[in-house]
Design a protein around this ligand. Sequence first.
Ligand code: ADE
Ligand code: ZN
Length: 324
Amino acid sequence: MIELIKKLPKAELHLHIEGSLEPELMFRLAKKNDVKIPYENIEDVRKAYNFTNLQTFLDIYYAGANVLLTKDDFYDLTWEYILKCVEDNVIHTEIFFDPQTHTERGVPFEAVITGIKEALADAKEKYGITSCIIMCFLRHLSQEDAFETLEQALAFKDDIIGVGLDSSELGNPPSKFKEVFKKAKEEGFKLVAHAGEEADFSYIYEALDLLNINRIDHGVQSIKSPELMQRLKDEQMPLTVCPNSNIELKVFETYKEHNIKELLDYGLNISVNSDDPAYFKGYVNQNFINLYENLPITEDDVITLVKNSFRSAFIDDELKEAYL
Ligand code: ADE
Ligand code: ZN
Protein backbone atom coordinates (compact mmCIF):
# COMPACT_ATOMS: atom_id res chain seq x y z
CA MET A 1 0.00 0.00 0.00
CA ILE A 2 2.73 2.47 0.91
CA GLU A 3 4.35 1.81 -2.46
CA LEU A 4 1.04 2.52 -4.20
CA ILE A 5 0.60 5.77 -2.25
CA LYS A 6 4.08 6.94 -3.17
CA LYS A 7 3.89 5.88 -6.78
CA LEU A 8 0.47 7.31 -7.72
CA PRO A 9 0.61 10.71 -9.44
CA LYS A 10 -1.47 13.03 -7.27
CA ALA A 11 -3.11 16.45 -7.25
CA GLU A 12 -3.26 18.71 -4.20
CA LEU A 13 -6.17 21.15 -3.86
CA HIS A 14 -5.80 22.52 -0.34
CA LEU A 15 -2.37 23.85 0.55
CA HIS A 16 -1.62 27.18 2.20
CA ILE A 17 1.77 28.21 0.89
CA GLU A 18 2.51 30.03 4.17
CA GLY A 19 1.80 26.72 5.89
CA SER A 20 4.65 25.07 4.00
CA LEU A 21 7.23 27.31 5.70
CA GLU A 22 9.63 24.82 7.27
CA PRO A 23 11.46 25.94 10.44
CA GLU A 24 14.82 25.83 8.63
CA LEU A 25 13.67 28.37 6.05
CA MET A 26 11.97 30.42 8.79
CA PHE A 27 15.32 30.77 10.57
CA ARG A 28 17.22 31.52 7.38
CA LEU A 29 14.76 34.28 6.37
CA ALA A 30 14.55 35.69 9.91
CA LYS A 31 18.32 36.13 9.87
CA LYS A 32 18.46 37.54 6.35
CA ASN A 33 15.61 39.99 6.93
CA ASP A 34 16.53 40.78 10.54
CA VAL A 35 13.10 39.74 11.83
CA LYS A 36 12.76 38.54 15.42
CA ILE A 37 11.13 35.15 15.94
CA PRO A 38 10.17 33.78 19.35
CA TYR A 39 12.39 30.67 19.05
CA GLU A 40 16.03 29.97 19.92
CA ASN A 41 16.41 26.93 17.67
CA ILE A 42 14.59 24.39 15.52
CA GLU A 43 13.82 22.18 18.50
CA ASP A 44 12.07 25.12 20.17
CA VAL A 45 9.93 25.58 17.09
CA ARG A 46 8.85 21.96 16.98
CA LYS A 47 7.92 22.17 20.67
CA ALA A 48 5.71 25.19 19.99
CA TYR A 49 3.78 23.21 17.36
CA ASN A 50 1.45 21.70 19.89
CA PHE A 51 -2.02 23.00 19.12
CA THR A 52 -5.31 22.70 20.94
CA ASN A 53 -7.57 24.18 18.25
CA LEU A 54 -7.50 26.22 15.04
CA GLN A 55 -6.80 29.56 16.76
CA THR A 56 -3.75 28.31 18.69
CA PHE A 57 -2.30 27.23 15.36
CA LEU A 58 -3.20 30.44 13.53
CA ASP A 59 -1.42 32.57 16.15
CA ILE A 60 1.83 30.69 15.48
CA TYR A 61 1.28 30.49 11.72
CA TYR A 62 0.85 34.26 11.38
CA ALA A 63 3.92 34.89 13.56
CA GLY A 64 5.95 32.58 11.31
CA ALA A 65 4.79 34.41 8.17
CA ASN A 66 6.42 37.62 9.48
CA VAL A 67 9.78 36.45 8.11
CA LEU A 68 8.46 36.65 4.52
CA LEU A 69 9.27 40.08 3.12
CA THR A 70 10.53 40.04 -0.45
CA LYS A 71 9.62 38.52 -3.77
CA ASP A 72 12.60 36.17 -3.42
CA ASP A 73 11.32 34.97 -0.04
CA PHE A 74 8.02 33.98 -1.63
CA TYR A 75 9.92 32.35 -4.48
CA ASP A 76 12.03 30.29 -2.04
CA LEU A 77 8.99 29.35 0.03
CA THR A 78 7.12 28.13 -3.04
CA TRP A 79 10.14 26.38 -4.52
CA GLU A 80 10.70 24.39 -1.33
CA TYR A 81 7.07 23.25 -1.50
CA ILE A 82 7.55 22.26 -5.14
CA LEU A 83 10.50 20.06 -4.16
CA LYS A 84 8.14 18.27 -1.73
CA CYS A 85 5.68 17.83 -4.61
CA VAL A 86 8.43 16.18 -6.61
CA GLU A 87 9.20 13.85 -3.68
CA ASP A 88 5.51 12.96 -3.21
CA ASN A 89 4.69 12.71 -6.92
CA VAL A 90 2.20 15.60 -6.80
CA ILE A 91 1.88 16.57 -10.45
CA HIS A 92 -0.80 19.26 -10.10
CA THR A 93 -1.22 21.67 -7.21
CA GLU A 94 -3.64 24.50 -6.37
CA ILE A 95 -2.01 26.84 -3.91
CA PHE A 96 -3.70 29.17 -1.43
CA PHE A 97 -2.06 32.36 -0.34
CA ASP A 98 -3.24 34.94 2.21
CA PRO A 99 -2.39 38.39 0.77
CA GLN A 100 -3.71 40.29 3.79
CA THR A 101 -1.18 38.58 6.09
CA HIS A 102 1.51 40.30 4.05
CA THR A 103 0.00 43.56 2.79
CA GLU A 104 -0.94 44.37 6.41
CA ARG A 105 2.82 44.37 7.17
CA GLY A 106 3.63 46.60 4.20
CA VAL A 107 4.71 43.83 1.82
CA PRO A 108 3.42 44.70 -1.66
CA PHE A 109 0.78 42.39 -3.13
CA GLU A 110 2.91 42.28 -6.25
CA ALA A 111 5.99 40.89 -4.42
CA VAL A 112 3.90 38.06 -2.98
CA ILE A 113 2.15 37.00 -6.17
CA THR A 114 5.22 37.43 -8.38
CA GLY A 115 7.46 35.32 -6.14
CA ILE A 116 4.88 32.51 -6.03
CA LYS A 117 4.14 32.75 -9.74
CA GLU A 118 7.79 32.63 -10.83
CA ALA A 119 8.47 29.53 -8.73
CA LEU A 120 5.39 27.84 -10.21
CA ALA A 121 6.52 28.71 -13.74
CA ASP A 122 9.91 27.13 -13.00
CA ALA A 123 8.13 24.08 -11.54
CA LYS A 124 6.29 23.64 -14.81
CA GLU A 125 9.43 24.03 -16.84
CA LYS A 126 11.72 21.86 -14.73
CA TYR A 127 9.34 19.16 -13.49
CA GLY A 128 6.18 19.50 -15.62
CA ILE A 129 4.14 20.27 -12.48
CA THR A 130 0.98 22.22 -13.31
CA SER A 131 -0.59 24.62 -10.82
CA CYS A 132 -3.10 27.37 -10.06
CA ILE A 133 -3.14 30.08 -7.43
CA ILE A 134 -6.12 30.80 -5.15
CA MET A 135 -6.21 33.95 -3.05
CA CYS A 136 -7.89 33.61 0.36
CA PHE A 137 -9.61 36.35 2.32
CA LEU A 138 -8.93 36.31 6.05
CA ARG A 139 -12.34 35.88 7.63
CA HIS A 140 -11.36 37.45 10.98
CA LEU A 141 -11.01 40.74 9.06
CA SER A 142 -13.92 42.71 7.60
CA GLN A 143 -15.69 42.30 4.30
CA GLU A 144 -14.53 45.81 3.48
CA ASP A 145 -10.91 44.65 3.84
CA ALA A 146 -11.68 41.71 1.58
CA PHE A 147 -13.10 44.09 -1.03
CA GLU A 148 -9.85 46.10 -0.95
CA THR A 149 -7.86 42.90 -1.43
CA LEU A 150 -10.07 41.86 -4.34
CA GLU A 151 -9.48 45.26 -5.90
CA GLN A 152 -5.70 44.75 -5.64
CA ALA A 153 -5.99 41.27 -7.11
CA LEU A 154 -7.69 42.52 -10.26
CA ALA A 155 -4.33 43.70 -11.63
CA PHE A 156 -3.17 40.05 -11.39
CA LYS A 157 -6.36 38.44 -12.58
CA ASP A 158 -4.59 36.23 -15.09
CA ASP A 159 -2.45 34.73 -12.33
CA ILE A 160 -5.23 33.97 -9.83
CA ILE A 161 -7.84 31.37 -10.65
CA GLY A 162 -10.01 31.70 -7.61
CA VAL A 163 -10.76 33.19 -4.23
CA GLY A 164 -11.18 31.40 -0.93
CA LEU A 165 -11.97 32.07 2.71
CA ASP A 166 -9.77 31.02 5.60
CA SER A 167 -8.53 31.89 9.13
CA SER A 168 -10.63 31.88 12.34
CA GLU A 169 -13.85 30.11 11.46
CA LEU A 170 -15.91 30.29 14.66
CA GLY A 171 -17.85 33.56 14.77
CA ASN A 172 -16.94 34.47 11.18
CA PRO A 173 -19.57 32.72 9.08
CA PRO A 174 -19.58 32.73 5.27
CA SER A 175 -22.58 35.13 5.32
CA LYS A 176 -20.16 37.89 6.43
CA PHE A 177 -18.56 37.74 2.94
CA LYS A 178 -21.62 37.34 0.74
CA GLU A 179 -21.16 40.55 -1.24
CA VAL A 180 -17.44 40.18 -1.90
CA PHE A 181 -17.90 36.62 -3.13
CA LYS A 182 -20.67 37.83 -5.43
CA LYS A 183 -18.30 40.42 -6.89
CA ALA A 184 -15.49 37.85 -7.21
CA LYS A 185 -17.83 35.56 -9.15
CA GLU A 186 -18.81 38.42 -11.46
CA GLU A 187 -15.10 38.99 -12.07
CA GLY A 188 -14.79 35.37 -13.20
CA PHE A 189 -13.00 33.87 -10.20
CA LYS A 190 -13.71 30.32 -9.04
CA LEU A 191 -14.92 30.22 -5.44
CA VAL A 192 -13.94 28.04 -2.50
CA ALA A 193 -14.32 28.45 1.26
CA HIS A 194 -13.19 26.74 4.44
CA ALA A 195 -16.45 25.58 6.02
CA GLY A 196 -17.34 22.98 8.61
CA GLU A 197 -13.77 22.58 9.83
CA GLU A 198 -14.46 23.54 13.47
CA ALA A 199 -17.79 25.31 13.08
CA ASP A 200 -21.03 23.38 12.60
CA PHE A 201 -22.62 22.34 9.32
CA SER A 202 -24.71 25.52 9.07
CA TYR A 203 -21.49 27.17 7.80
CA ILE A 204 -21.41 24.64 4.95
CA TYR A 205 -24.99 25.51 3.99
CA GLU A 206 -24.06 29.20 4.03
CA ALA A 207 -20.98 28.61 1.86
CA LEU A 208 -23.12 26.70 -0.65
CA ASP A 209 -26.20 28.90 -0.67
CA LEU A 210 -24.85 32.39 0.04
CA LEU A 211 -21.34 32.24 -1.47
CA ASN A 212 -22.09 29.82 -4.32
CA ILE A 213 -18.78 28.03 -3.92
CA ASN A 214 -17.35 25.44 -6.31
CA ARG A 215 -15.55 23.45 -3.58
CA ILE A 216 -15.67 23.14 0.20
CA ASP A 217 -12.42 23.15 2.13
CA HIS A 218 -12.61 20.64 5.01
CA GLY A 219 -16.39 20.17 5.35
CA VAL A 220 -15.98 17.25 7.77
CA GLN A 221 -18.82 18.51 10.00
CA SER A 222 -21.31 17.70 7.21
CA ILE A 223 -21.61 14.22 8.72
CA LYS A 224 -23.90 15.68 11.42
CA SER A 225 -26.63 16.43 8.85
CA PRO A 226 -28.09 13.54 6.82
CA GLU A 227 -29.87 16.06 4.59
CA LEU A 228 -26.63 17.90 3.82
CA MET A 229 -24.80 14.62 3.19
CA GLN A 230 -27.42 13.66 0.63
CA ARG A 231 -27.12 17.03 -1.08
CA LEU A 232 -23.30 16.92 -1.20
CA LYS A 233 -23.52 13.45 -2.69
CA ASP A 234 -26.15 14.40 -5.27
CA GLU A 235 -24.16 17.47 -6.35
CA GLN A 236 -20.81 15.65 -6.08
CA MET A 237 -19.57 18.80 -4.37
CA PRO A 238 -15.83 18.42 -3.75
CA LEU A 239 -14.62 18.38 -0.14
CA THR A 240 -10.88 18.97 0.23
CA VAL A 241 -10.21 17.06 3.43
CA CYS A 242 -6.95 17.47 5.39
CA PRO A 243 -6.58 14.56 7.81
CA ASN A 244 -3.30 15.49 9.54
CA SER A 245 -4.59 19.02 10.05
CA ASN A 246 -7.80 17.76 11.65
CA ILE A 247 -5.81 15.64 14.09
CA GLU A 248 -3.24 18.33 14.92
CA LEU A 249 -6.02 20.91 15.50
CA LYS A 250 -8.09 18.45 17.54
CA VAL A 251 -11.10 18.42 15.25
CA PHE A 252 -10.85 14.69 15.96
CA GLU A 253 -9.02 13.49 19.05
CA THR A 254 -7.36 10.55 17.33
CA TYR A 255 -6.86 9.31 13.77
CA LYS A 256 -9.15 6.37 14.46
CA GLU A 257 -12.00 8.84 15.02
CA HIS A 258 -11.51 10.66 11.72
CA ASN A 259 -14.66 10.38 9.57
CA ILE A 260 -13.06 10.40 6.09
CA LYS A 261 -13.81 6.72 5.48
CA GLU A 262 -17.50 7.26 6.32
CA LEU A 263 -17.68 10.30 4.03
CA LEU A 264 -16.04 8.38 1.22
CA ASP A 265 -18.16 5.26 1.66
CA TYR A 266 -21.30 7.42 1.57
CA GLY A 267 -20.27 8.54 -1.91
CA LEU A 268 -19.03 12.07 -1.31
CA ASN A 269 -16.37 13.58 -3.56
CA ILE A 270 -13.47 13.60 -1.09
CA SER A 271 -9.81 14.34 -1.71
CA VAL A 272 -6.79 14.20 0.63
CA ASN A 273 -4.65 17.30 1.15
CA SER A 274 -1.95 18.59 3.47
CA ASP A 275 -3.29 22.07 4.45
CA ASP A 276 -0.21 23.40 6.35
CA PRO A 277 2.30 20.56 6.04
CA ALA A 278 5.23 22.26 7.79
CA TYR A 279 3.03 22.63 10.89
CA PHE A 280 1.04 19.40 10.69
CA LYS A 281 3.77 16.76 10.46
CA GLY A 282 3.83 15.92 6.81
CA TYR A 283 2.99 16.42 3.18
CA VAL A 284 0.34 14.70 1.15
CA ASN A 285 1.86 11.19 1.09
CA GLN A 286 2.18 11.25 4.87
CA ASN A 287 -1.53 12.09 5.10
CA PHE A 288 -2.36 9.03 2.99
CA ILE A 289 0.03 6.83 4.97
CA ASN A 290 -1.51 7.93 8.27
CA LEU A 291 -4.99 7.16 6.93
CA TYR A 292 -3.88 3.72 5.82
CA GLU A 293 -2.23 2.99 9.17
CA ASN A 294 -5.22 4.06 11.25
CA LEU A 295 -8.37 3.41 9.23
CA PRO A 296 -9.72 0.56 7.08
CA ILE A 297 -8.71 2.38 3.88
CA THR A 298 -8.31 0.07 0.87
CA GLU A 299 -6.22 0.42 -2.28
CA ASP A 300 -9.44 1.18 -4.18
CA ASP A 301 -10.16 3.97 -1.67
CA VAL A 302 -6.73 5.49 -2.29
CA ILE A 303 -7.31 5.39 -6.05
CA THR A 304 -10.76 6.99 -5.65
CA LEU A 305 -9.36 9.74 -3.41
CA VAL A 306 -6.62 10.51 -5.91
CA LYS A 307 -9.02 10.48 -8.88
CA ASN A 308 -11.35 12.81 -6.97
CA SER A 309 -8.56 15.35 -6.59
CA PHE A 310 -8.02 15.50 -10.36
CA ARG A 311 -11.77 15.44 -11.00
CA SER A 312 -12.23 18.47 -8.72
CA ALA A 313 -9.24 20.47 -9.94
CA PHE A 314 -9.65 23.84 -11.66
CA ILE A 315 -8.12 22.61 -14.91
CA ASP A 316 -9.61 22.33 -18.36
CA ASP A 317 -11.22 19.09 -19.48
CA GLU A 318 -8.39 18.16 -21.80
CA LEU A 319 -5.76 18.27 -19.05
CA LYS A 320 -8.18 16.54 -16.68
CA GLU A 321 -8.55 13.67 -19.12
CA ALA A 322 -4.82 13.43 -19.57
CA TYR A 323 -4.41 13.18 -15.79
CA LEU A 324 -7.32 10.79 -15.20
N1 ADE B 1 -5.17 29.05 7.35
C1 ADE B 1 -4.19 28.15 7.22
N2 ADE B 1 -4.63 26.93 7.55
C2 ADE B 1 -5.93 27.06 7.90
C3 ADE B 1 -6.93 26.17 8.34
N3 ADE B 1 -6.71 24.87 8.49
N4 ADE B 1 -8.15 26.68 8.62
C4 ADE B 1 -8.39 27.97 8.47
N5 ADE B 1 -7.48 28.84 8.06
C5 ADE B 1 -6.26 28.41 7.77
ZN1 ZN C 1 -6.84 25.22 5.02
